[in-house]
Design a protein around this ligand. Sequence first.
Ligand code: 0X9
Ligand code: ZN
Length: 302
Amino acid sequence: STFYERYHRLEDIYDWLNRTAHDNPRTVKTILVGSSHEKRPLYALKLSFSDRPNRKAMWIDCGIHAREWISPAFCLWFVHHVSTVKVEITDILNNMDVYVLPVMNPDGYKYTWTTNRMWRKNRAPSHNPKCVGVDLNRNFDANWCTEGALPYPCSEIYCGAFPESEPESRAVADFLREHKDSIQLYISIHSYSQMLLFPYSCTVEEAGNHNDLLEMVQEAARKIRTFYRSTYKYGAGAKTIYLAPGGSDDWAYDLGIKYSFTFELQDRGEYGFLLPPSRIGNACNEALTAVKTIALKVMEKT
Ligand code: 0X9
Ligand code: ZN
């Protein structure tokens, strides 16, 4: 198997980031977005095939939840695919810069390799020494800590002490606020359950451009079915998966990034978070199909 068909330890991902930027100096740059609770850097890659300023852009983050290993694997797969230039993706890159944050929760990711494979949250301590970690996807300021999140540090869906209390979520929120005029498309990669979700998850109300968003994920799911014979559910988060406030997608949407998505990659529960490496290629190609389909549609609309 190739490098991209395996899961990698955090240190190896950091090495890969450096190597990728170093090997593609004209198109790939590293950006330090912030640092984690345990002071690990949050590096994003900026992929750009043009020097024109004020270009439109998209953002993809991976690894909000530590145990969802297919998610960072997808970010690496995506960057590799883009930098080994394939035709359709060139169309996208000629029009948009792409920011990719491969591991938004490095402390948690590290912990899944060393101590507890099923860890989800970050690694920030609470007042209770037995209970560690905030769910970063409940920590954004979108109906924060209402139904679908909990105010208890021992919970797997702990929302944190206040919105953006965590350095990881604040760093991403700060970056998106600073770049909100250029970023038109936000995608957050999770697993598992094979779903293409869009706002809202924090309320059962429909987003203003619900029908546009629905059309995009429907087309993406159709292509995945045609090319890979896999079924993806799609729709607004609250009605497709569950009510869950404080998520990055809803927050980005309310910030003004009107094309905002969360993808839940393979599988549908057979292996769950423990998706075997032999399935990485297929899972990533499905997600790549969805990213391309949606990015092209966003280009048509904006
Ligand atoms: O619950 C989540 O954060 C995501 N599912 S996961 O199994 N990967 O934990 C779904 C996120 C959907 N979007 C929002 N809740 N905003
Ligand atoms: Zn997740």
